[in-house]
Design a protein around this ligand. Sequence first.
Ligand SMILES: [Zn+2]
Length: 259
Amino acid sequence: MILKALRDWRERRAVERRAIPDALWQLTLLRYPFLAQRSEADLAELRRLCSLFLERKEFHGVNGFEVTDEVAVAVAAQACLPVLKLGLGWYDGFVGIVMHEGEVVAQRRYEDEDGVVHEYDEELAGEAMEGGPLMLSWNAIAVSNDPAQFGVDEVFNVVIHEFAHVMDMRDGLADGVPPLEAAERERWIEVIDAEWARFCERVDAGEPTLIDPYGAEAVEEFFAVAVEAFFVAPAAMRSEEPAMYALLAGFFRQDPAST
Ligand SMILES: [Zn+2]
């Protein structure tokens, strides 16, 4: 009891210290309409989690990019949505968030069958690695909800995508299966494998999909892009991918299409 009281007190102090000013909070909701459509109770909890997130994480701007309060709150608000009912403990595995203004350049290295090592740079909107840091491009975040860039019917949200990877990798593996109880895990694999196969067929057939077709690359990517659609366009996701919607609603303990 004493420990819990101490933890609650520390959390309250942190929330006060990192309180998000009203004007900035309203601006963030305006910019990310999928946040604004949540209930009052959800938004109050989201705002509280954001303060704790800002207290626990360290932002670093690369090449002179300035991580303003606006940038930090935009990341925090979107990152905290998936863990709204699960708690920030899911993100305990890392502290640093590296912010780039433009593309994130990741150095890749692989050895081919002749033993020759190849090194090259890959440009990304963001990248999550086990143990962190998490890397994000501000430009990619800023265009996330711009229909002119991504089409009204296609979801793109780099913050939710990378934090979905963080949750997936919490058990050490990026495999589209977050840590679950054994029985739940079996069912999860059954559903996601079947839904991913169906999704790949649709993408192969050139059908337009709400979920980013990038999900056809690998099952862990399918998980991350499905999570994006679940939070950004829940009603459309529920009608297009009812089985994935139900799986994610159970996992996140949220039903955003019904609120
Ligand atoms: Zn990814």
